[in-house]
Design a protein around this ligand. Structure first.
Ligand SMILES: Nc1ncnc2c1ncn2[C@@H]1O[C@H](COP(=O)(O)OP(=O)(O)OP(=O)(O)O)[C@@H](O)[C@H]1O
Ligand SMILES: [Mg+2]
Length: 319
């Protein structure tokens, strides 16, 4: 693998419209070599559209995207030769066996027969597909298909790999396999752009996270930075079942946000931008409600809170 010195991805004011629908409304993005960028966003945010433009499957209306130093519009073949891609919708050929799929991709990448065979065998074994290597990919389970897809993206060890929701629909074991494979790629210096709706996945794999919603970047930073920017959570546990509603009311008033209520644990949580002040207000209010408080405090926001807070209007509109 050549050591890339140019940025892996530079995106400038990228726009894409489908009829009146602004799938991408002006995106700027920068990915350094060796970095893992997590692109997080709800359904319809524009993740796949962005990945398709970066992999030259779709042309942008405006703006610029440069991948490994090559402009996607001017040099699509160059771009394609330096990237690997696993799509949200399987790209492997269902008529061919798992082995044949990988073997052919390796051959297309210009290696000899013996090397192609070795590359295919290695990847099949790495993704626990050796037993089904001789079966047409069309007969694979969903999880096997996704693993084959991922293996296909890694043929030829490209310096940049784009993974569009690589673990959606996978069982926990296959998800762990995928995470492990991504970890190995990262250790080997591969740059990765990974889209996901799983916050845990972004938290675990990505060096930096960009949250997009309705075709725009709404937040950007490390997982820690995003959590810190989102403020705290107010947590209240009460002693009696009948006090839970009062606790929820207090939490809502003290924070100005809608709390989540766990009745079994008699626990209420709410995002609190001004953590300490909200805690003070809640303490006073709970006292006047005469609720027996077992636990009250502030905790740090999870990435879930960040994501839900940032993308709430999209979901309200969808609802
Ligand atoms: N080929 C197309 N024709 C018309 N509209 C499209 C097309 N592809 C995407 N869109 C629209 O563009 C917007 C962005 O879609 P995109 O598939 O990029 O979202 P996404 O973030 O990948 O969502 P998901 O999480 O569901 O995969 C959506 O409103 C979608 O309906
Ligand atoms: Mg998508």
């Amino acid at each position: 693998m050549r050591t890339p010195t140019v940025p892996a991805i530079v995106i400038d004011g990228l726009r894409k419209k489908f009829k009146e629908n602004h799938a991408l409304g002006g995106i700027d993005l920068h990915v350094k070599p060796g970095e893992v960028l997590g692109l997080l966003g709800p359904n319809g945010a524009g993740k796949t559209t962005l990945v398709k433009i970066l992999t030259t499957l779709l042309k942008p209306d405006a703006g610029r995207a440069v991948v490994n130093g090559w402009d996607v519009a001017a040099e699509p073949e160059r771009v394609r030769s330096t990237i690997g891609m696993a799509g949200q919708y399987a790209t492997v050929d269902g008529m061919l066996t798992g082995f044949e799929n990988l073997y052919l991709i390796a051959k297309l990448r210009g290696v000899g027969r013996r090397t192609a065979r070795r590359v295919a065998d290695d990847l099949l074994s790495r993704f626990r597909l050796t037993d089904v290597a001789g079966r047409p990919a069309g007969t694979y389970s969903g999880g096997m298909r996704r693993r084959l897809d991922l293996a296909a993206a890694l043929v030829g060890s490209p310096p940049l790999v784009l993974l569009d929701e690589p673990t959606t629909g996978l069982d926990p074991e296959s998800r762990l396999d995928t995470w492990e494979a991504v970890g190995e790629l990262v250790a080997g210096g591969t740059t990765i752009l990974l889209t996901t709706q799983y916050l845990e996945e972004a938290d675990r794999l990505a060096d930096r996270i960009t949250v997009i919603d309705r075709g725009r970047v709404v937040a950007e930073g490390t997982s820690d930075e995003l959590k810190a920017a989102a403020g705290n959570r107010l947590v209240v546990c009460v002693a009696k079942d009948h006090q839970v509603d009062a606790a929820a009311r207090v939490a809502a008033q003290a924070t100005g946000t809608t709390p989540t209520v766990d009745r079994r644990a008699r626990r209420v949580e709410a995002a609190a931008a001004d953590g300490r002040a909200a805690l003070g207000r809640a303490l006073t209010a709970l006292e006047s409600e005469r609720a027996e408080v077992l636990e009250i405090g502030l905790s740090r926001c999870t990435l879930d809170d960040v994501f839900l807070g940032l993308t709430s209007h999209s979901r309200r509109e969808a609802a």
